[in-house]
Design a binder for this molecule. Structure first.
Ligand SMILES: C[S@@+](CC[C@H](N)C(=O)[O-])C[C@H]1O[C@@H](n2cnc3c(N)ncnc32)[C@H](O)[C@@H]1O
Length: 212
């Protein structure tokens, strides 16, 4: 997928107090970075940040880390943060496939929100729910596996359910239309989700766990 380039993204991001430079030095020390022992939740491919910023505002007793490999996307998030003070939020510029170089066993929950579906068979390994990624996640979960996924892409959702269940995850909650559930599931919309919501597209949701 192609995203719009922001000319001075590197400067915008590196000047932000939310941005963590050289994150590998904090492996196994993220609670020290936040100076507390609250749970740590990460979002892979946070894009322009609406979701992770909303979560950090709503849940001050949880630490959030947004991960994004495209600096221009992160620059938009940083601009939204300019007038906010959220000590429980950090942003990392990296490829999610290298998660275990930055984190030890210290992550409570992983959010995958509207990730690129990579529909072609030859790109299967790039999907965030491919077994290769699930193996990496195992290296960073503190104890139990806990992954929450939202997508508008039915094919990717079906693939993810299969891949997760083959990898021993069990599904705590599933929705085939998150915004029209009878018993509503607490939700903060991502940037992409806001657009899809206006278009009336159903959003697929799964909260998947494995208790070790
Ligand atoms: C379709 S956008 C969704 C953005 C956001 N989660 C939302 O829902 O608005 C997918 C994002 O994932 C990022 N991304 C894709 N592959 C990635 C990877 N391997 N590591 C980190 N970020 C990645 C892209 O740069 C893009 O910003």
């Amino acid at each position: 997928m192609r995203y719009k380039r922001v000319e001075d993204a590197k400067d915008i991001v590196s000047e932000s107090p939310y941005y963590v430079e050289n994150p590998t030095q904090y492996k196994n020390k993220w609670n020290d970075v936040f100076q507390n022992h609250h749970p740590i939740v990460i979002e892979l491919g946070m894009g322009q940040g609406d979701f992770i910023i909303g979560m950090a505002k709503n849940y001050p007793n949880i630490n959030f880390i947004g991960i994004e490999m495209f600096l221009s996307q992160m620059a938009h998030a940083v601009q939204k943060l300019e007038k906010l003070h959220l000590p429980n939020l950090k942003l990392i510029h990296m490829d999610a496939k290298d998660l275990d170089t930055v984190f030890g066993k210290e992550i409570d929950t992983i959010y995958l929100t509207f990730c690129d579906p990579w529909p072609k068979k030859q790109d299967e390994k790039k999907r965030f729910t491919h077994e290769g990624f699930l193996r990496v996640y195992d290296k960073v979960y503190k104890k139990d596996k806990h992954l929450i996924l939202k997508t508008d892409n039915k094919g990717f959702f079906q693939y993810s359910l299969e891949s997760l269940s083959q990898y021993w995850y069990v599904f705590d909650k599933i929705s085939l239309d998150l915004h029209h559930e009878e018993r509503s599931i607490p939700n903060i919309m991502t940037d992409y989700e806001k657009r899809y919501y206006v278009e009336g597209r159903p959003i697929y949701y799964v909260d998947a766990k494995f208790m070790n």
